[in-house]
Write a protein that binds this ligand. Structure first.
Ligand code: PEP
Length: 254
């Protein structure tokens, strides 16, 4: 059965005050959810231990990025094993902001995925096309190539630690969301790519990200190949984030 996941990516936002205000109320609302959704908070790494301390059994915690190495002279980086050591169970990898602003390449993404799954974390592998690529009719090809490159080093026995997040670059932080139909079509295409590379496609959770809000989440989550969401801006307000978690239907997609 595929995991249903709603993950909040705080990006470079937050403070100790926000942790204090938001995590407790998300946690108590999450405790009353009966739709089986896994709720994940992904704060800046410096706040991970503060979030973990308030997360209880119901919330999962993640990091937004890791270095691909296990330790060493890499000033400013954190390793997958360190995130695990601090109580994280998830990590984003290949977010479009890292690809675009920090020049992260497909090879680096693949090395980070390898390091994450070897450390026992679930890697949320972010893929997505730009507006230019979509308008040129290349969206599916671009996303397929990102998925194949990112998962190149994953071996049998590690697939249960892989989640793919489809995040069209033109929808992130812009208020523009893919229609539920377009998002579903891309998710179905990703699932086909996963099958082609020998992954257990039907058991891998696929998330949609890109301006998901309380008022569009239900339509997205109702699609058969959309198993949850990666939420940026709307994860910074407890009420909005909880409403998105509540929008997950109780029935399973698989
Ligand atoms: C994201 O940061 O992954 C994201 C989807 O952001 P937003 O929801 O703000 O578009």
């Amino acid at each position: 059965m595929r995991r249903k996941i709603v993950a909040g990516n705080w990006k470079m936002n937050g403070s100790k005050d926000l942790v204090q205000q938001l995590v407790g109320s998300v946690r108590s609302e999450a405790e009353s959810l009966d739709n089986g959704v896994e709720v994940v908070i992904i704060p800046p790494a410096i706040y991970v231990s503060d979030v973990v301390a308030r997360s209880g059994n119901r919330l999962m915690v993640g990091v937004q990025n890791v270095g691909q190495w296990s330790s060493g002279a890499y000033t400013g980086e954190i390793a997958a094993g360190m995130a695990k050591d601090q109580g994280c169970s998830y990590a984003l990898v290949g977010h479009s902001e890292r690809r675009q602003l920090f020049g992260e390449t497909d090879d680096e993404v693949a090395a980070k995925v390898e390091s994450l799954v070897a450390s026992g974390l679930t890697a949320v592998v972010c893929v997505g096309e730009t507006l230019e690529q979509r308008e040129a009719g290349r969206a599916e090809a671009v996303v397929a190539s990102q998925v194949k490159a990112a998962l190149d080093n994953v071996v049998a026995g590690q697939w249960d630690r892989i989640v793919v997040a489809y995040e069209p670059v033109w929808a992130i932080g812009t208020g523009k969301t893919a229609t539920a139909e377009d998002a579903q079509a891309m998710h179905a295409s990703i699932r086909q790519v996963l099958a082609e590379i020998g992954a257990p496609a039907e058991s891998i959770s696929l998330l949609y990200g890109g301006s998901v809000k309380a008022d569009n989440a239900a339509a997205l989550f109702a699609e058969p190949d959309i198993d949850g969401g990666l939420i940026g801006g709307a994860s910074l307000k407890a009420d909005d984030f909880v409403s998105i978690c509540q929008a997950m239907p109780a029935s399973t997609n698989s």
